[in-house]
Design a protein around this ligand. Sequence first.
Ligand code: AMP
Ligand code: MG
Length: 505
Amino acid sequence: MAEVSAAIDSRREGSFGSLGSAFMTRLPAAPLPSPYVVGFSKDAAAMLGFAPSVADDPAFADYFAGNPTPDWPQPSLPYASVYSGHQFGVWAGQLGDGRALGLGEVDHAGMRYELQLKGAGLTPYSRMGDGRAVLRSSIREYLCSEAMHHLGIPTTRALAVIGSDQPVRREEIETAAVVTRVSTSFVRFGHFEHFYSQDRVDDLRTLADHVIDRFYPQCREQDDPYLALLGEAVRTTADLMVDWQAVGFCHGVMNTDNMSILGLTIDYGPFGFIDGFDANHICNHSDSQGRYSYRRQPQVGYWNLFCLAQALLPLLGAQYGEAKRNERAIEDAQRVLEGFKARFAPGLEARTRAKLGLELERDGDDQLVNALFEVMHKNRADFTLTFRHLAKLSKHDASGDAPARDLFLDRAAFDAWANDYRRRLSEEPRDDAARAVAMNRINPRFVLRNHLAETAIRHAREKDFTELERLAAVLRHPFDEQPEHDAYAGLPPDWASSLEVSCSS
Ligand code: AMP
Ligand code: MG
């Protein structure tokens, strides 16, 4: 099984690891005593070309805990990358991988993936932190990043969670764990902000060239490749905001250091899926002002893109010559940033229409949508189940209304909306059955609700990982009915209302 470690190259040409010491510090992981496998994603393993049996190798837990493994030699040291960022709207200066180490890249089936150990010990960027991650947050990241992938939402992946009994101090004493994250890139907006803030234009260019060459080679054909790169970030971020809003996902900490240059969902912390709909839902208990509430996420994405644009400015407009460069570059960047609105709003509109099973575009559709969100908000109707149950509504009569209707305390308000929806459906060419099939492909039945993660965590703390595995398996097919797993699709139990997630992880 040593082929796993042999496949991981931390200095491959063109990889982030090849960029050099201006971008990272190389150091070994801190050993973690008696590690054991908590979770393992066979899908992520297959993506990397690893056999499903790799996790059975006794060296697996050690290797992905960051421990020295004579049987699985590590060809070169892993690295912690340096970045900066805006946290909660304020410039925070230098941050960096305070507890993550890049192992290097795996090349499989024409794709290259970077592997990273999150929670692998202190780095030069740990600041006040201890370099560790706790089992609770590691399981949440593992479950959610795999669940997001199966929802079709761009995200980093998770190969495994490795646990240890080593105590870690948070509000309470918890235990340490390491998540093996997998991504085509872990470059964040904050990486660019870092070199901009230090006036290191050559390093900034090296970083931008790396991202362009690896991910957006088509940018090279544009007059200004770096402006084109900004355009790609605008496009992918706008699309990601559509994806998040459409499934009721709240990230919780949309700081610029948690924004992927590729528009991937990254850094799972106090995230949450909305249960009872509240447009102002704040999933992060530490976010007292609601800066990162559900409703504000797209605006924040846009704000973060401004920070990225600012950081790219020194590279922009070279084609205009020195005298004109500054002024024209700012105009260009502003124009490209405007593209966010042109992409996000119609994107979410189209997605919401699809969620309602509407193929045609009609005047008044936006009122119908707004009215639905309003009545959902007033009734705190369950986000996921409302859309899922709307597929059962008939365009002819109220015979299929009950499952959705029962989610609304104010039945009359629901009925009024349902009648408008029915009238609108009567204009649609599709019959009910075909519409239901299409809606069930876009409205998941299963999302990672906090209480589901919490149950899996409680079992895992007792070293029983079967619940975690079962839940991960359910979330692998979020759009399937899976009637045998009804319990995972239900409303949260009463005890779930006391669950709080915060930045503490
Ligand atoms: P986050 O809000 O989790 O994305 O983290 C913000 C910054 O704090 C990043 O630079 C992290 O690497 C760092 N950080 C978070 N938790 C820890 C920890 N326990 N030890 C060291 N650094 C941490
Ligand atoms: Mg982060």
